[in-house]
Design a protein around this ligand. Structure first.
Ligand code: NFS
Ligand code: SF4
Length: 641
């Protein structure tokens, strides 16, 4: 695993984001540690851990597999230990997303009961989901009552403890063909949380030792994540906050403003960040009294993207911008909810006046100020936080303010619904036809969903951006979400005025036709589909295409990729993609090299189970080449040129 050794790496070799280069130089001068430094201090990594052959599951261990000790104390082999480790990571991801979905469901129920100051912003979607769930009076019932019923059904779906049928959110979103496949494999979830519970059970000492069976459990966990986590969160958030629509905004640390009070919202659930935006508007006067020109709310990571796609709020950056954003010296408050929030933010903030404010009872950080979010008093809590930021403005040291002049125009807010709306201007009766034609005629060779994180073991944003560039040049459409979408936004690949010029000629032609229908020159060749839970929208698009073309998703010329993956959530989303029949690239490699069997199951045998496999690759040009080869192979099998 030499290539991921980061020791002695220079700043320029650590990131392609010019704002980060500038700020990391300041960090170096001032002796401020960031993830870019800490990753170097973790070298060399323990090879047992890297290969996945260490186990700390029980107290007879920890055990490590070596040629001399091919089994742990309990007798578990390398294959068992590697498979179990992978399952456990996948469970971490699914648990995170389902807890997110649960929080949104509870809020929706409270809003329906009139107990929380939130509206139902997308009533049509509420009625559509209610209809899909078979709720009586979906078209006629009072919307608040209906919201309560939908929320209750969601909570029931997560909590169901026994059954044989697919869970409701699977029936709402998954293709029939997949439901049959999963049923045959014995991995069709009937409830949400139970899969996490069962998975934690099966990975404990002396339960599941069969690597194949454990990997099937992992697939089941990915499926439950896709529907009980991603799709449920997306649906309920759209109902509460409105479905996204195309928005023009800006991306990059240059969206911070010197004369303004800067507040960043960082994390994942829009429950609080939406309210912070409202509170900042309401308290503008107080900010001016405090000597600022106003309040500038910006987003970081996924909750930032949720604000971008619904409100056009600028996105300051992705995961590896969260610490450097503080080093600008211009950040009054970093407001966080949960997931992907480095505890390292606090020691960075200690060097400046910045306040880190935690808000979730399950996500506190020593040294941060904790202001508990409470949906019933959401407006009050949001105002309290914004006032804290206003009050903190006087503590800013103007001499230490360094906001890099780095930002890019971005178009965001895409979804299947938005695409259909654009396409129906070209063909009203059969909106998907122009897209399907472009694919069958080969003007669009295929599509790759590039999703996931930043990882300081990889040059920041390099893989995320370069793979996309290679693909669009060769007429492959790219859809991105999460920190990858923000990488693409920062690097200009979503600029509505210029990005299309980077696409190959055929793809450019299609983007211009679509752009004309949308009232602009051309759509960007990389479509921002939102946050990581919004990956469910990619699933919906794939289902719509597969229904329209009449072939299962596994036969479509589409792939997924997580080129700088970090979190367990990214792993479980990738597992869901594979379960759907979408072959998926991941980098850096997961910790499986210690088991030839598990490696073979994932890279070869999975094809026979679900029609998709996993592959790795750390060179963007080579990876894109392999992707195009796989896309062309799918096209050939479909009889397309
Ligand atoms: Ni996704 Fe969002 Fe970023 Fe990765 Fe984290 S912010 S949910 S997990 S690191 S993309
Ligand atoms: Fe060792 Fe088995 Fe316990 Fe793991 S479960 S620590 S391999 S004895």
């Amino acid at each position: 695993m030499k290539e991921f050794d980061t020791r002695g790496r220079s700043i320029e070799d650590s990131t392609i984001d010019p704002a980060n280069v500038e700020l990391l130089r300041i960090a170096k001068k001032d002796g401020i540690d960031t993830a870019f430094d800490r990753v170097q201090k973790q070298e060399p990594k323990c090879t047992f851990c890297e290969e996945g052959v260490s186990c700390r599951t029980c107290n007879m261990g920890p055990c490590r597999i070596t040629p001399n000790s091919p089994r742990g104390v309990c007798g578990a082999t390398a294959d068992t230990i590697v498979a179990r480790g992978l399952l456990q990571n996948t469970i971490g991801g699914a648990a995170s997303h389902m807890d997110h979905a649960r929080h949104v469901a509870i809020l929706l129920r409270e809003a329906g009961m009139g107990n929380a100051p939130y509206e139902i912003k997308d009533e049509a979607k509420l009625r559509r989901i209610a209809g899909g769930l078979g709720i009586e009076g979906a078209d006629t019932k009072d919307k608040k009552l209906l919201a309560m019923e939908v929320a209750n059904r969601a909570l029931e779906d997560l909590g169901r403890q026994h059954g044989e049928d697919a869970m409701d959110w699977i029936k709402l979103h998954a293709p029939e063909e997949r439901i049959d496949t999963w049923k045959k494999l014995g991995i069709l979830p009937f409830g949400g949380n139970v899969v996490v519970n069962e998975g934690m059970h099966r990975r404990t000492m002396g339960v599941d030792a069969d690597p194949v069976n454990i990997i099937l459990g992992m697939l089941k966990t990915g499926i439950v994540d896709g529907y009980g986590g991603l799709a449920m969160s997306t649906d309920l958030q759209d109902i509460l906050f409105g479905s996204p629509s195309p928005k023009i905004s800006e991306a990059g640390l240059g969206v911070l403003r010197e004369d303004y009070i800067n507040i960043s919202t960082h994390g994942h659930v829009p429950l609080l960040s939406e309210k912070i935006v409202d509170a900042a508007e309401d308290l503008e006067e107080e900010a001016i009294k405090a000597g600022a020109k106003g309040i500038n709310v910006v987003g970081l990571c996924c909750t930032g993207i949720e604000l971008l796609e619904r409100k056009g709020i600028p996105i300051a950056g992705n995961e590896l911008n969260t610490e450097t954003a503080i080093i600008t010296g211009a950040m009054e408050a970093v407001v966080v909810d949960y997931q992907c929030i480095y505890p390292g933010l606090v020691p960075v903030a200690d060097n400046f006046h910045t306040k880190v404010i935690t808000t979730a009872d399950i996500a506190k950080i020593p040294g941060a100020e904790h202001i508990e979010f409470n949906e019933k008093e959401a407006d009050k809590v949001a105002k309290k936080i914004v006032r804290l930021a206003i009050d903190n403005f006087k503590n800013r040291d103007p001499k230490r303010v360094n906001i890099p002049n780095v930002k890019s125009k971005v178009m965001a807010g895409f979804s299947p619904e938005v695409l259909v709306a654009v396409l129906s201007k070209i063909n009203k009766e059969d909106p998907l036809k122009p897209l399907v034609d472009a694919i069958t005629e080969g003007k669009i060779r295929g599509a790759v969903a590039i999703v996931g994180c930043n990882n300081p073991r990889v040059k920041h944003d390099f893989m995320n951006v370069e793979i996309a560039r290679e693909l669009i040049k060769r007429n492959v459409l790219v859809i991105s979400t999460g920190c990858v979408a923000t990488a693409h936004a920062k690097s200009g690949l979503m600029n509505p005025d210029t990005a299309y010029k980077e696409a190959g000629e055929d793809l450019q032609g299609v983007l211009k036709v679509l752009g004309k229908a949308a009232g602009m020159e051309a759509l960007p060749p990389v479509l921002n589909f939102g946050s990581c839970v919004d990956n469910s929208r990619i699933g919906d698009l794939l289902k719509a295409l597969s229904d329209r073309i009449g072939v299962p998703i596994k036969d479509l010329p589409v792939l997924a990729s997580a080129p700088e993956y970090t979190t367990e959530k990214a792993l479980s989303i990738g597992t869901w993609a594979v379960s759907l029949g979408v072959t998926t690239h991941i980098n850096p490699p997961p910790r499986i090299s210690g088991s030839q069997l598990v490696t073979k199951i994932l890279t070869e045998d999975a094809e026979g189970l679900v029609g998709a496999t996993v592959f790795t690759g750390s060179d963007p040009v080579e990876t894109a080449r392999v992707m195009i080869e796989k896309i062309e192979e799918k096209r050939r099998k479909l009889g397309l040129n």
